[in-house]
Design a binder for this molecule. Sequence first.
Ligand code: 2DT
Ligand code: MG
Length: 188
Amino acid sequence: MASRRGALIVLEGVDRAGKSTQGRKLVSALCAAGHRAELLRFPERSTEIGKLLSSYLEKKNELEDHSVHLLFSANRWEQVPLMKEKLSQGVTLVVDRYAFSGVAFTSAKELQLVDAAARGEFGQERYENGASQERALQCFHQLMRDTTLNWKVVDASKSIEDIHQEIRALSEDVILSAMQRPLGELWK
Ligand code: 2DT
Ligand code: MG
């Protein structure tokens, strides 16, 4: 039997929404249920570009805003051949942040230029502050108006287990519907 394509499931949201925890739990649950599923994350910090981005996020280097945006994009592009191969082999990919974070966090930066109401920092890395996260959230809401993408909103204030069950049920549905549709293209 020809292997059916896997689904591309992207977890997006602000920092500390629980994306990484949920991504790990989702992959384990899907695998336990007999699906082939793997976890990816962006930025993927292990590549050369990823190392540069990691130092940038850790504030160990400075990069020009436009070029850092393109590096985040390049960091996704460098994984595309692997992602396409996995998806076409029937592996479902659960991705912790993708191009939507790219848009949201760059837009948040541009908004910052007009909105200087900075708040106290609550994290070590770049963007880990309330003002950046709030602007990124506004941008995620705008991106969700694109109804060609199958967005599902999950309330991150619920318990880890409740959120997990919700995401898991949504994922089972999307894996089934992805099988009916050929692999398409998504902007990166
Ligand atoms: P975490 O590793 O904690 O998720 O933080 N980001 C991410 C961008 O600015 N552009 C992008 O394209 C992507 C994928 C969001 C990663 C930080 O990097 C930001 C938070
Ligand atoms: Mg972070």
